[in-house]
Write a protein that binds this ligand. Structure first.
Ligand code: PLP
Length: 404
């Protein structure tokens, strides 16, 4: 049974106060909080077996290597990859995307086309623009409509035999929209293009199956699934990872080094130069364990109820407008109140202990589309409660009265 109070007791940070009020943490799309179970894994690593991996014959190094590779296996199982070496451990989504974008430099020619969606995070726009500058490829954009859904007809028109790559997020961090990613992938494959899915915002809410989706690449950050910052995943199909050149040179990624020629290590090490975030990788696995113990079906249905409750209550506030209103969305509410700057609302909410994000959420093109400077974004997790929604709504009402 899903018992939110029992779950909340696992998160020490949720017991603290901010500005004299109990913390109401509604910035989960930026980063999730960390349960004691994951904190314990981090403490245990540094207290008991901190050592460099894949190198030493000594016991600590072997224990650390085993735990790190166990984590890779867990991640592989979680996302249903075919092989463990298709999971590259990176520093996060941004690193994963840059790794692929760099790799494609030698695979693209001038005049080739790359398609991105209009609702991407900056980390899924800028690396492609840089790739276009290096190669002379052209960037095309799938437009979106006023509900915050992609225009699929326009997407189909953009696809052609010039299309080499398609990049799209599974779920929008600014709007919560769940994109029809399977269809996007299938249509891209029909013209021979590869697809990278930015799953950073999907993984906290649903359990993506990279093989069922037939994604060529899938990226996530551990810090959004109850793990630590500075670690994440790049899933890539084996044949693509073989084709891409290494991203960074250094230790761990080589097979043999002479001054004449260096040969690269096998997957996944080819893409894992230098000492990785060992503890982070192990704790990444622990974060997924924690969420799987609760269960993603339970998480999804609880969050859906929370989203419905919060949407209905917020819409009762006069002048409040929600951006991202498709039926198919995760528990993210981006909103504004007419005539009030989002930053001012966020500041007052913080005085009341309520953490929301204000601004463009690293997705400026979306804000330009709606012709707004930004939004207030409340993003929910499975450890949030209806009482916290009530506190948010009362806080927003109070901010409105103070500011208008
Ligand atoms: C958070 C996020 C990113 C960036 O993740 P980092 O951990 O900062 O690399 C990229 N895309 C989406 C959709 C995100 O939500």
């Amino acid at each position: 049974m899903f018992d939110v109070n029992k779950i909340r007791a696992d998160f020490p940070i949720l017991q603290r106060t901010v500005n004299g009020a109990p913390l109401v943490y509604l910035d989960n799309a930026a980063t999730s909080q960390t349960p004691q179970q994951v904190i314990d894994v981090i403490v245990k690593y540094y207290s008991e077996y901190n050592a460099n991996i894949h190198r030493g014959v000594h016991t600590l190094s072997q224990e650390a290597t085993d735990a790190y590779e166990q984590a890779r296996l867990k991640i592989k199982e979680h996302f249903n990859a075919a092989k463990a070496h298709e999971i590259i451990l990176t520093s996060g989504t941004t690193h994963s995307i840059n790794l692929v974008a760099n790799g494609f430099t030698s695979l693209l020619e001038a005049g080739d086309e790359i398609i991105v969606s209009a609702m991407e995070h900056h980390s899924n726009i800028v690396p492609w623009q840089m790739l276009c500058e290096r190669t002379g490829a052209l960037l095309r954009v799938i437009p979106m409509n006023k509900e915050g859904a992609l225009e699929m007809d326009a997407y189909l028109e953009l696809l052609s035999n010039k299309t080499k790559l398609v990049f799209c997020n599974h779920v929008s961090n600014a709007l919560g929209t769940i994109n029809p990613i399977k269809k996007i992938i299938d249509e891209a494959h029909a013209v021979g293009a590869a697809v990278l899915v930015d799953g950073a915002q999907a993984a906290p809410h649903i359990r993506p199956d990279v093989r069922a989706l037939d994604a060529d690449f899938y990226t996530i950050s551990a810090h959004k699934v109850c793990g630590p910052t500075g670690v994440g995943m790049l899933y890539g199909k084996e044949q693509w990872l073989q084709k891409l050149p290494p991203y960074q040179g250094g230790g761990e990624m080589i097979s043999e080094v002479t001054f004449e020629k260096t040969t690269y290590a096998d997957l996944p090490h080819k893409f894992e130069a230098g000492t990785p975030n060992i503890c982070g990788g192990i704790a990444f696995g622990a974060g997924l364990d924690y969420m799987n113990a609760i269960g993603f079906d339970a998480i999804a249905s609880y969050e859906e109820a929370l989203l419905k409750y919060a949407t209905e209550k917020l819409l009762k506030i006069e002048g409040l407008k929600i951006y991202g209103t498709t039926a198919h969305k995760t528990a993210v509410i981006s909103f504004n109140i007419e005539g009030i700057h989002p930053y001012d609302i966020g500041t007052i909410l913080d005085k009341l202990g309520i953490a929301v994000r204000t601004g463009h959420h690293c997705a400026q093109p979306i804000m330009d589309f709606f012709q707004i400077p930004g939004t207030v974004r409340a993003s929910f997790s499975f450890y949030n409660t209806k009482e916290e929604v009530d506190t948010l709504v009362a806080g927003v009402e109070r901010a409105k009265n103070m500011l208008s």
